[in-house]
Design a protein around this ligand. Structure first.
Ligand SMILES: [Zn+2]
Length: 137
């Protein structure tokens, strides 16, 4: 039972207390809530959508996900942009933007977090993990 071979130190580095020392890198991550009752992962919720529980704990996402829906938005801006719903590996869905040509983002594309907060819109920005399939020759 007494193996003080450094494992305790490693655990401390991964504890929430260790995050405070690395606040700069922590901004490049999405944090989500997980229901302590049923384990459902959610994003920016105050109550669990499944069991209505309010006992949520914050976890850090690995930052990888899959595009579930992508829409090209034409606002009064010179260039169109896409608004995508990303289903993260942990099971919650985030609305954000995927870098690249707006029409090049498709459902099922795998993405990973690039920047947790878009400086313009305050939404997370993702980048494609795989090159999108090229339809042209
Ligand atoms: Zn729940």
């Amino acid at each position: 039972m007494y193996h003080h071979s450094g494992s305790a130190v490693q655990q401390a580095a991964g504890s929430p207390a260790g995050v405070l020392d690395r606040g700069t890198t922590d901004t490049e991550a999405i944090h989500f809530q997980r229901c302590t009752w049923c384990g459902t992962a959610m994003y920016h919720r105050l109550l669990c959508p499944v069991c209505q529980g309010s006992d949520l704990r914050t976890e850090r996402s690995e930052g990888t996900g899959t595009v579930r829906h992508s829409t090209v938005v034409h606002r009064n801006t010179p260039s169109a942009r896409n608004v995508s719903l990303i289903e993260m590996a942990e099971g919650f869905v985030v609305r954000g933007r995927v870098m690249g040509p707006p029409i090049g983002i498709h459902s099922g594309d795998r993405v990973r977090l690039s920047t947790a907060k878009d400086p313009v819109r305050g939404e997370p920005v993702f980048q494609l993990v795989d090159e999108p399939y090229r339809a042209w020759h």
